[in-house]
Design a binder for this molecule. Sequence first.
Ligand SMILES: C[S@@+](CC[C@H](N)C(=O)[O-])C[C@H]1O[C@@H](n2cnc3c(N)ncnc32)[C@H](O)[C@@H]1O
Length: 278
Amino acid sequence: MSSSPPLRGVSQTLLWTLYLRAVDARSLRPVLGDPWAQRVLDQVDVDERRLALLQGDTRTIVTRGRELDRWTQEFLDAHPDGQVVSLACGLDSRVLRVRRPPTSTWTDVDLPDVVDLRRRVYDLPDDVRTIAASATDPSLWDDVPDDRPTLVVAEGLLMYLEPAAVRGLLDRLAARRAPGEVCFDAVGRWVLPLSRVLGVVARDDVRFRWSAGSARTLVRAHPGLVVRDDVPLTPMVAREAVPGPVGRVLAASTSLSPLASAMRLVRLGFGTTSPSAT
Ligand SMILES: C[S@@+](CC[C@H](N)C(=O)[O-])C[C@H]1O[C@@H](n2cnc3c(N)ncnc32)[C@H](O)[C@@H]1O
């Protein structure tokens, strides 16, 4: 068990997602099956009883992780010379879960207290760069070359940022020259007020601050970005959780309900040409 000081504020949320990946990994039929989650969880100071309240979100969180792994893999397969910037990496093992071509580069970014802990619990390959910085710090991008295809992946981050900070981040990406993509999850507008009163977000005094309607509204506000994908997560989770026609009906009815917009997975393209077009 790590002797690091306990994580506070938004940093502690990485324990929620780590815990749920471990719950999934030890289940009979894992969705993500993260082979690192349990052994990393075992190294950090966490009271699993406090986190058990989250278990109902397991499928949503690990399906989100699996889909973002898939998009990351697609990018690396299409761009073996590409660079991946993983914002708010927390204690996630995406860098180990995907197949990285030797000509690609990978940069993990998170806040200093998290990077400190990450360095203690993972023994990552030397070619993985880890930067202790805020994802909203414009100077972060001085360190990210603008001459190679770039994937920015931000899982479980944007909802914790101020809307102006998200706009700033998306504007900086929209202005990049090299082709790239940004992939992230976004909570729906109605989730924001609920998160203030319900569940672990409210209990642990962490605030959701940013939400999105649809990817189309986002790109309208950020010329230079194009929609590649906009996938409501809940119907996908419903369809996979219940096999056969019942699952399909459940997914279809979920798609028509407000639940469909609870969380979406968004992939936006930027740069002179979208990577998939090159
Ligand atoms: C819900 S956790 C997600 C962690 C990881 N992506 C995962 O899926 O397990 C949120 C993460 O965002 C990080 N974070 C919050 N604000 C940040 C910021 N301004 N810059 C970089 N990371 C930030 C936290 O430290 C935490 O690791």
